[in-house]
Ligand binder design. Structure first.
Ligand SMILES: Nc1ncnc2c1ncn2[C@@H]1O[C@H](COP(=O)(O)OP(=O)(O)OP(=O)(O)O)[C@@H](O)[C@H]1O
Ligand SMILES: [Mg+2]
Length: 430
């Protein structure tokens, strides 16, 4: 979707001109009576991804969703889906395209009260003229997929709200459309049922690889669904990105207000918080590590020791110990200050807080193969908990690839080939 403008009202042309001249929503409304629904909105959705559109009431979420299939006709801009320029389709071609491409699920389930669940679910196929037997088979498959097996002959009124919403989802899935448009689909459900539905949508999406655009006003729901998030404000995009990106770096007061009540530690993963650290093989001699902690050359005051074969962190040595008399010629693994606690980069901060509390030197964060990614310090963890950026120094800090000041020091960074997998990562102590 690129540069989409939607103005509601009779005076669209004048209003569009005023918008291009830089007029805001309030001015346009006062001067022309037109309501600015979308203000130059551009974004893309990848095939097979969940994109959550968020924002306060009236921010333009539904309008944006409905512009995608032209249930709301954009005033200006272009919408490309696959190879199709949707804004250029004729009425007839559009009808066909909609049917093939989109399934829709709404907040209020919009089931036909006098049709059974199976009849509701197969409705789309019926309209397409699919024969009775085939469409019933497909409907029963979809009913089963959403966990309503055995309820197909019941009427909507015999089902709870959550079950009716499952039926709505089955109806959208039944036509096997590529893209699901879901507008506040779970907002009418009780919190626990709602969470169940979010979980199920996630697993269905992983199984069926549908592209889903999901409108919600609830950031917690957006985070739980796991996809990228587009945050709307007054018809424009206030910020877009992953939940982690938005939580760690909310831009502007509007976004900050959304983020305020979210528990950052249950979303942010260690991989986003780590700082790269100088490391050396365990068999190296102490003097090889000296340049890495030399104050004039490096801001590090400790060196991490990794295994030769897998780059796995096994310990740390601080500057004092490295430069102590008699260290010359000593192997690094003989100088280590005990072991080091490890934690996987994919773990959320919350899950390692107890471990971090008992590790004053921080945690060695490893990737899925066990390789050392960097250090999670208490300071960085606390900053994240306080809603601050991991570290302002990040861009200028030492870093394995380029910014180490001394050439001699950078040549000492370990560089081992990818190691074999060590299975599912877990917190471990060497
Ligand atoms: N058919 C319409 N005619 C006139 N104005 C409209 C129409 N539909 C939407 N609007 C206006 O466009 C703006 C965006 O509305 P939209 O329904 O997209 O918001 P929303 O983010 O979905 O809100 P909610 O969370 O309440 O559903 C609002 O200012 C609304 O008044
Ligand atoms: Mg809406």
């Amino acid at each position: 979707m690129s540069q989409i403008v939607k103005l509601f009202g009779d005076n669209e042309k004048t209003a569009l001109r005023r918008l291009k001249e830089g007029a805001g929503k309030a001015d346009i409304l006062a001067e022309t009576g037109a309501v600015l629904g979308l203000d130059n909105v551009s974004f893309s959705v990848n095939e097979g991804e969940i994109l959550v559109v968020m924002g306060l009431s009236g921010s333009g979420k539904s309008t944006m969703l409905r512009c995608l299939n032209r249930l709301v006709e954009p005033t200006a801009g272009s919408i490309r889906i696959g190879g199709t320029e949707v804004t250029e389709l004729s009425t007839k071609a559009l009808r066909e395209f909609r049917r093939e491409t989109f399934g829709m699920v709404f907040q209020h389930f919009a089931l036909f009260p006098n049709r059974t669940i199976a009849e509701n679910v197969e409705y789309g196929l019926e309209v397409q003229g699919v024969d009775r037997k085939t469409r019933r088979e497909r409907a029963l498959e979809a009913v089963e997929l959403v966990g309503l097996k055995g309820w197909d002959a019941k009427f909507p009124r015999q089902l709870s709200g959550g079950m009716q919403q499952r039926a709505g989802l089955a109806r959208a899935l039944c036509a096997d459309a590529d893209i699901l448009l879901m507008d506040e689909a779970f907002s009418a459900l009780d919190p626990l049922i709602r969470r169940d539905m979010q979980n199920e949508l996630r697993s269905l999406q992983q199984k069926l690889r549908k592209t889903i655009v999901f409108v919600s006003h609830d950031l917690d729901e957006a985070i739980h669904l796991g996809g990228r998030i587009v945050l709307m404000k007054d018809g424009a995009i206030a910020q877009s990105g992953t939940a982690e990106e938005i939580l760690l770096d909310p831009q502007g007061d509007y976004v900050r207000r959304f983020v305020e009540n979210i528990d950052v530690s249950s979303v942010v993963t260690l991989g986003r918080l780590v700082r790269p650290q100088p490391r050396l093989f365990q068999g190296a001699a102490a003097e090889e590590a000296w340049p890495l902690v030399e104050p004039a050359q490096s801001r590090a005051d400790e060196v991490f020791v990794v295994t030769c074969d897998r780059d796995m962190p096994v310990g740390r040595i601080d500057r004092g110990r490295l430069s102590a008399p008699g260290s010359r010629g000593q192997r690094l693994d003989k100088l280590m200050d005990g072991g080091i606690a490890r934690a996987p980069a994919g773990a959320v901060l919350k899950s390692v807080l107890p471990l971090l509390a008992s590790e004053p030197h921080g945690l060695a964060v490893v990737d899925e193969t066990g390789r050392f990614v960097g250090l999670l310090t208490r300071e960085v963890a606390l900053r994240a908990l306080a809603g601050k950026q991991p570290n302002e120094e990040r861009n200028t800090a030492w870093n394995g690839s380029s910014t180490t000041t001394a050439a001699s020091a950078s040549s000492l960074w370990t560089n081992t080939p990818a190691a074999p997998s060590i299975g599912s990562p877990s917190i471990s102590r060497h």
